[in-house]
Design a protein around this ligand. Structure first.
Ligand code: NAP
Length: 247
């Protein structure tokens, strides 16, 4: 997606993988400071990178995680484009209802909840480990949905967002109890491997609107590209590259 975008706007840079174990993060950042315009940071480093950066933008600071770093003349500035990227995709696909239930309390859920509550949405948060959901609600916003209230909350919500990793690499796993889906509205799954998760399959069969994980992946990439290059992102080119299998 990024290499297709760079080529499309006539920039000669390249985007490539820098596999980095946790103990090598600081050394990697020194390399980034000297040689790169910017990098993305992904699982499991989005939170642990924060104290190693020179500066954080307000969104990354509020979420407590960064996925995009911009090298501003040797100062490494952390951004979180997952939040804006998620909302960009939601607006693009016409799924803005003002109310949502978010499943999960990891880095992706924190970005999603931040994106929604800062835009005035009412957001319920449910997570397998209650204490993590509690911290998310206290630090980012929304309200806690306890296990006994999950089924009712799912049925009533106009927008359900799966921000857990359930379904990742397992097309048969669902984050919801069997037979439980929203009565109407939409379902977003952030999982993008596979694209067709069980949750989305069942939601579509029930007549609900659906959005797959590539929509947010595209959105966060568009924002990151614009931060690094200062140019409008070639969205159609990036989307085509993503849907054709590269990222
Ligand atoms: P994370 O920080 O590791 O959080 C994982 C979340 O999934 C936690 O809430 C965890 O609950 C929950 N979970 C894991 N296994 C579970 C199970 N068997 N049953 C119930 N809950 C379970 O991961 P993350 O960075 O937030 O990513 C979450 C998902 O979003 C991943 O699939 C990732 O690929 C996807 N993602 C997509 C995009 C995109 O652009 N589309 C961007 C970011 C992330 P506990 O707290 O109880 O462990």
């Amino acid at each position: 997606m990024m290499n297709a975008a760079l080529a499309a706007v006539g920039l000669s840079g390249r985007y490539h993988l820098l596999p980095t174990p946790a103990e090598a993060l600081a050394a990697r950042l020194a390399e980034v400071r000297a040689e790169f315009a910017g990098v993305n940071v992904t699982v499991p480093h989005k939170r642990r990178i924060v104290p190693l950066l020179d500066e954080l933008d307000p969104v990354a600071a509020a979420i407590g995680a960064a996925n995009t770093i911009v090298n501003r003349e040797g100062r490494l500035v952390g951004h979180n484009t997952d939040a804006d990227g998620f909302y960009w995709a939601l607006e693009r696909e016409g799924l803005c209802s003002g109310e949502a239930l978010v499943l999960g309390a990891g880095g992706a859920a924190r970005a999603v909840v931040h994106a929604l509550v800062t835009r005035g949405w009412l957001v319920g948060v449910y997570n397998r480990t209650l204490a993590r959901a509690q911290s998310l609600v206290e630090e980012v916003g929304g309200w806690l949905v306890v296990p006994q209230k999950l089924e009712k909350a799912v049925r009533r919500t106009p927008l359900l967002v799966n921000a857990t990793s359930v379904g990742l690499d397992d097309p048969q796993a669902s984050p919801l109890p069997p037979g439980v889906l929203p009565d109407s509205g939409g379902v977003v799954d952030l999982v993008y491997r596979p694209l067709e998760t069980r949750l989305l399959r069942e939601a579509r069969a029930a007549g609900l609107a659906t959005q797959d994980g590539l929509a947010m992946l595209l959105g966060q990439g568009v924002r990151a590209f614009e931060l690094w290059t200062g140019r409008p992102a070639p969205v159609a080119v990036m989307e085509r590259a993503l849907r054709e299998g590269g990222s």
